[in-house]
Design a protein around this ligand. Structure first.
Ligand code: FAD
Length: 380
């Protein structure tokens, strides 16, 4: 058993961190959180590096990275902001659905533009009545055989990035009555007539942007379905391990920064003639957070290594996700306390880490759902 990165992995880790420090930076992510604008400039730079293709096979123009390399990437791009990482990661999953389950025509239509940074995707699963119970979606898609089109009606919520210019929404819609096998994944460009996308005023994902979508008699060609009718649940679930792994890795990356910022601040701030970092209560909190951040990282790379061996890692990925989410929250929560009143100011970044870490406990499958998955895998 070796807990160290290989030379290639270490080099990759340094490369992405250096890129984030030089080409993105914490001020940039803070400004975009404040302005609620998509970080288009940095996104294009990432596209230029070829990194949007990490999960796309080489034959379709991607890099075909393994799960460990992908986790390293996600940990590093989240160092200043989970929101920024989500801006990059969200489109990558739908691109994976298209590369693995789409037709050659769909790959030709969507992948080159995505890899160039010009075309983005949003995934629309959640609905007012279907959150954790994602298979309970009621948005309907019926086939109009006269026009050979899918006709969609319904309402989605919390769909990140669906409003972005040129975004295509992968909509999980009901095409049959069976709970899981009655669901299909259909590509809907956001400028299709009948699509009404409204931004939601969330306290997180401010630069990516999260939306509510209303579909009213929306028509798209029959060929816009990914895979066959009834395969939507299976296809959307194909990347679930990757998605949760990437989220867990990003939580670790951001928790590390929250802790480093706390250490730096408490060393520099003097009260009662001593640096805050010399008070035992603060030292112990930071020491405990250090244990948790390191443990979360080991859970992430344990899950990634198992996936890279081609083994099923459902339990390990959920363990990494729930532990890393709690760690990011606890670390930024302690950071908020350690920075005192200054934690309330955006320029200290801690309030942003704190907000985003709270969302980590819900997004991508809430903590309770992750614990249920772990329990099920334990035979409970
Ligand atoms: C900023 C943001 C961005 C998002 N982006 C997207 C996106 O891009 N696409 C998308 O489709 N969705 C997205 N979501 C939706 C997200 O996936 C859901 O919020 C999440 O799945 C939880 O669903 P819910 O909010 O309806 O909560 P609910 O399902 O109503 O859950 C509320 C609480 O009850 C608990 N609970 C529910 N069921 C159980 C159970 N069986 N056992 C124990 N506890 C349970 C939950 O864990 C949670 O604590 C986003 C959400 C937010 C806030």
């Amino acid at each position: 058993m070796d807990f160290q990165f290989t030379d290639d992995q270490r080099l990759w880790n340094e490369t992405v961190h250096r890129f984030m420090d030089r080409e993105v930076g914490r001020e940039y992510t803070r400004e975009h959180d404040q302005s609620r604008e998509f970080p288009e400039g940095a996104y294009r730079k990432i596209a230029k590096q070829g990194w949007l293709g990490l999960l796309v096979p080489e034959r379709y123009g991607g890099v075909d990275a393994d799960p460990v390399m992908y986790a390293i990437f996600c940990e590093a791009i989240a160092k200043f902001s989970l929101d920024f990482a989500a801006c990059v990661m969200t489109s990558m999953f739908t691109a994976t659905n298209i590369s693995s389950s789409g037709t050659d025509e769909q790959r030709e239509q969507y992948l080159p533009g995505f890899l160039a940074g010009e075309r983005k995707f949003s995934i629309a699963i959640s609905e007012p009545g279907a959150g954790s119970d994602a298979a309970g979606v009621s948005t309907r898609a019926r086939l109009d055989s006269d026009t050979d089109e899918w006709v969609l009606d319904g309402n989605k919520v919390f769909c990140s990035g669906a409003h972005l210019p040129g975004a295509t929404i992968a909509v999980l819609a009901r095409t049959g009555d069976e709970r899981h096998r009655g669901l299909s994944l259909i590509l809907v460009p956001n400028d299709t007539p009948g699509v009404d996308v409204r931004k939601m005023n969330t306290i997180v994902r401010r630069s990516l942007g999260t939306t509510e979508i209303f579909f009213s008699d929306v028509r798209v060609p029959r060929t816009n379905i990914i895979g066959e009718p009834g395969q939507g649940w299976q296809i959307a679930g194909q990347h679930l391990e990757y998605e949760r792994l990437s989220l867990a890795a990003s939580y670790v990356g951001n928790a590390r920064t929250a802790l480093d910022d706390t250490i730096e601040y408490t060393k520099g701030r003097t009260q009662f003639g001593r640096p805050l970092s010399s008070f035992q209560v603060l030292k112990h909190r930071m020491a405990e957070n250090e244990c948790h951040v390191e443990a979360a990282r080991l859970l992430v790379y344990n899950a990634a290594t198992k996936m890279a061996r081609g083994e099923r890692a459902m339990k390990e990925v959920s363990m990494a996700k729930v532990f890393a989410a709690d760690t990011a929250f606890q670390t930024s929560f302690n950071g908020m306390q350690a920075l005192g009143g200054y934690a309330q100011l955006p320029e200290y970044d801690m309030e942003r880490y704190f907000r985003e870490a709270k969302h980590a406990m819900v997004g991508g499958g809430a903590n309770e759902i992750q614990r249920s998955i772990i329990a099920k895998e334990m035979g409970l």
